[in-house]
Design a protein around this ligand. Structure first.
Ligand SMILES: [Zn+2]
Length: 165
C-alpha cells in the first residue's frame, strides 16, 4: 500500500487591480458576457472570456433550456466557440464570473466537473497551461495557473488506447 497526496496551488487576490491589465480586461469581458446569458430558470448569469494565444478574446455565457440537460455552461459555450473558430490557437487564460438577481455572488465561481473535463482536454491538446481566473460579482479573485489543479485525475482517452480498451 502506498498513500499519495495531490496538492494544488492557487492565488487569492483581494482587488481586481492586483491582476495584470490583460487579466483585468478579460475579467471585464466575462462580466459583460453575463449580461447576455440566457438563464430564465436559475436567474444565475455566468460569463466566461478566453484569451487566445493570438490575442483574440472569445466569450460565452450560460444558455439554459426548459429541457434542463439541453442547456450549457458559459465555460463550455466559450471553449467550444474558441475551438471551433480557432482550432489551433491555444487558450491562454479563461476568466469566469457570475451574478444573480436572487442573491449576491460575493465568492469566486468555480467551474462544474464537466467543464473541468473539457478544459483539461483542451489543455492537454494544446500542451500548455490554461490559467483560470474566478470571481463572483464582487469579493475575492481566485487564480489557478493550470487546469490540472482543478481536475487532477482527468479522464484521458489516450490512457484507454494504451491499455487497448
Ligand atoms: Zn460547467
Amino acid at each position: 500500500m502506498e498513500e499519495k497526496e495531490v496538492k494544488i496551488r492557487y492565488t487569492i487576490y483581494q482587488t481586481i487591480e492586483e491582476l495584470s491589465k490583460e487579466e483585468q480586461l478579460l475579467l471585464e469581458k466575462a462580466k459583460i458576457a453575463t449580461k447576455s446569458a440566457y438563464a430564465p430558470y436559475s436567474g444565475f448569469n455566468v460569463g466566461a472570456a478566453i484569451l487566445l494565444e493570438n490575442g483574440i478574446i472569445v466569450t460565452g455565457n450560460n444558455q439554459e433550456n426548459a429541457a434542463y440537460p439541453s442547456g450549457l455552461c458559459a465555460e463550455r459555450v466559450a471553449m467550444f466557440a474558441a475551438s471551433s473558430h480557432y482550432p489551433d490557437i491555444p487558450m491562454k487564460i479563461i476568466a469566469i464570473t457570475a451574478n444573480s438577481e436572487k442573491f449576491e455572488v460575493n465568492f469566486p465561481i468555480s467551474p462544474c466537473g464537466s467543464c473541468r473535463q473539457v478544459m483539461s482536454e483542451y489543455e492537454t491538446k494544446q500542451n500548455q497551461p490554461m490559467k483560470v481566473i474566478l470571481m463572483g460579482s464582487k469579493g475575492d479573485i481566485q487564480v489557478i495557473n493550470t487546469i490540472s489543479g482543478l481536475l487532477p485525475f482527468m479522464f484521458h482517452a489516450d490512457e484507454l488506447k494504451q491499455k487497448n480498451i
